[in-house]
Design a protein around this ligand. Structure first.
Ligand code: ATP
Length: 614
């Protein structure tokens, strides 16, 4: 429950005085409503339906001036007061409902923004161990539950205030009968706690099942091509069927719990009303007018009480969602990258003007805890500014990890990354990222036009600049051939383009930013030789201006690199010029060159080096 209270407190913090105004308004409405009902006593009296005998009720006394008028006029006056009180109550109720929604929507907006800001400001490591679909589930389903949970809680609270006032009036009319009804209600409420506990347990299962569902469908449709081509439809369908049955069962179970508690309340309320009537008439000898009012009060309170109880059961079933969302907020806040708080409207980060270069000093990195293997071990490396550094090595050697460390995406457990001698943290990390373009193996393209995809990184780029970048990445020709040119819609993640076209487009986008540091992680793996040569020439043009870091399996792409760094099991085993490394007999690079040549990946050194056994 403390997670629910945390969000309710946040609602109170966001809303400030509005919330208190709302609660006071609710109390006033409760009073007006009660007053309207009390007016029933003189109305019943004056109309002769239930004449008061003996002592006069205070309300009748207060309206005794009406007795000076003829009966019909007197009744009209009482009815006019009744109508005024009722209309005032309805108008206030509407104003409060509107304000309530306004408060709630502000809360939702703020909650959403805080969460998104936190997630976007969190470092890359935060995402390494999380299922993306769990995050999506939190941002959609769980956030929805938290919002309605807070809403339900607030409704229960306002109902509570209303109830207290109404009970106060009932006490005034007949303390004994009220004590009887309230006592029975509390006993029922205590008994109902077991339903709330059951609802919480079920809520836990539901969160888990819906997370599994979302994760499964994300994978299913992400890999739909593999599903279709490998005839996995049937197995996927079986999986959905199993999960759907689980979802169905949980929903039914929740309805079972809910209806059981409702049934109990309804039966109990009928029994209580019957007993109440009997006791009022036979034992307490209540005045008819007062009795009618008490019946009216309780007949209106019971449904409120029952629905309030049902709301609290629903809130209880949402508790796991509250807990998850809060954990996500706390964990993403704890994983915030230094300086990256995304609070400013505009990005004022200055571009980096790197003079000397990047130095990796004594770097160690492991993905897991102490027991896990080192992905990088004792790495010392200088990446000179304005030059091209190539990182090569077998699959799993640690190339991408090294690049992630250089980009400041992950922090080494030991050692430092320095830019021009300063550690990459805080403002320097921000300006490093601001000046860097990264092209991954599996580039990201939006379901939008080519133009929109390009402008994403450089919103102010002119038409000429767009084409210049596309020319440099060898993409201009195919874009020109498309019927809508730059305005062609490229489909989900660029599905309407070939792998090579996608890579060239993303490379163009990276160049459009005119980065001081360009990082290419297998960025040209899908290109044919002609396009690859063109891109190499374009990269040549950047020499002296841009620091280029390339990861490549196809070694032909790094022929022109100023230095080649060879990684093997997380350690640098060779480093130097392409030609020199290729000549080192027994070296890993030479073995890699041999493998690359066999795969037809190298077309540079075939004649220059001796490929004989090492
Ligand atoms: N998110 C991760 N969690 C745990 N281990 C990881 C993670 N990413 C990589 N590793 C491990 O770290 C080591 C280095 O991986 P890395 O991706 O840096 O290699 P790589 O040289 O880039 O490989 P490839 O050429 O296949 O892309 C590997 O043993 C890999 O299994």
């Amino acid at each position: 429950m403390k997670d629910v209270l945390h969000y309710v407190k946040r609602l109170a913090d966001y809303s400030g005085f509005k919330l208190y105004l709302n609660l006071i308004g609710m109390a006033l409405i409760g009073l007006l409503d009660g007053l309207g009902m009390l007016l029933l006593i003189p109305m019943l009296n004056m109309s002769g339906i239930a004449a008061e005998a003996g002592t006069m009720h205070p309300v009748t006394k207060a309206l005794s001036f009406v007795r000076d008028y003829p009966a019909a006029e007197g009744l009209l006056i009482v009815l006019a007061i009744y109508l005024t009180v009722s209309i005032a109550q309805f108008v206030m109720q509407r104003a409060l409902t509107v304000q309530n929604i306004n408060m709630h929507q502000n809360f939702v907006h703020d909650l959403r923004m805080t969460l998104y800001r936190g997630l976007l400001a969190a470092g890359w490591e935060f995402y390494l161990n999380r299922r993306k679909s769990d995050i999506i589930s939190s941002l959609t389903t769980e956030m929805g539950r938290v919002n309605s949970g807070v809403h339900l809680f607030m409704s229960a609270l306002t109902s509570g205030i209303f109830t207290v006032i109404q009970i106060g009036l009932a006490v005034w009319l007949s303390p004994v009968i009220t004590a009887y009804v309230v006592g029975s209600g509390l006993a029922l409420g205590l008994f109902a706690r077991r339903f709330s506990r059951k609802a919480t347990v079920l809520g836990n299962h539901t969160v888990e099942t819906s997370q599994r569902h979302l994760a499964g469908i994300t994978d299913l449709f992400g890999g739909i091509k593999e599903v279709k081509s490998n005839r996995l439809e049937r197995s996927r369908l079986a999986w959905v069927q199993q999960l759907s049955a689980r979802l169905r069962y949980e929903q039914e179970e929740f309805t079972r719990i809910r209806t059981a508690s409702q049934l109990l309340y309804k039966i109990a309320s009928s029994v209580l009303i019957a007993a109440f009537l009997y006791l009022s008439v036979v034992l307490f000898r209540t005045q008819p007018g007062q009795m009618v009012v008490i019946i009216v009060i309780f007949s209106r309170l019971w449904p409120r009480f029952i629905s309030g109880q049902a709301n609290m059961e629903q809130v209880a079933s949402f508790i796991p969602a509250f807990r998850n969302l809060r954990a996500l907020e706390q964990e993403s806040a704890a994983a915030a990258e230094q300086g990256n708080n995304l609070r400013e409207e505009e990005d004022v980060t200055e571009r980096l003007r790197m003079e000397r270069g990047i130095v990796c000093r004594d770097l160690d990195y492991r993905y897991g805890g102490e027991e896990s293997a080192y992905a990088l071990r004792n790495v010392n490396l200088t990446i000179p500014a304005g030059r091209m550094t190539a990182i090569v090595g077998r699959s799993g050697a640690g190339k991408s990890t090294l690049v992630d460390l250089v980009m400041g995406l992950v922090k080494p457990q030991r050692g430092q990354v320095l830019v021009d001698g300063s550690p990459v943290t805080g403002a320097l990390l921000e300006s490093l990222r601001q000046s860097l373009s990264y092209v991954p193996q599996d580039p990201f393209l939006f379901h939008a036009t080519i133009r929109e995809n390009l402008l994403l990184v450089e919103p102010k780029a002119t038409e000429a600049q767009l084409w210049e970048a596309l020319e440099a990445s060898s993409a201009a020709e195919f874009v020109r051939r498309l019927p809508a040119g730059l305005d062609t819609l490229i489909g989900d993640r660029g599905v309407k383009l070939s792998g090579g076209e996608r890579q060239r487009l993303v490379l163009g986008r990276a160049l459009l930013r005119k980065p001081s540091i360009l990082v290419l992680d297998e960025a040209t793996s899908a290109l044919d030789r002609e396009n690859e040569t063109n891109i190499q020439q374009a990269l040549e043009q950047l020499r002296g201006r841009t620091t280029i870091l390339v990861i490549a399996h196809r070694l032909s792409t790094i022929r022109n690199a100023d230095q080649v760094v060879v990684l093997e099991r997380g350690q640098i085993v060779q480093q130097g010029e392409y030609g020199r490394l290729a000549g080192e007999r027994g070296g890993v690079f030479r073995q890699l060159l041999g493998a690359s040549r066999e795969q037809g990946g190298d077309f540079s050194g075939g004649e220059r080096y001796d490929w004989g056994p090492n």
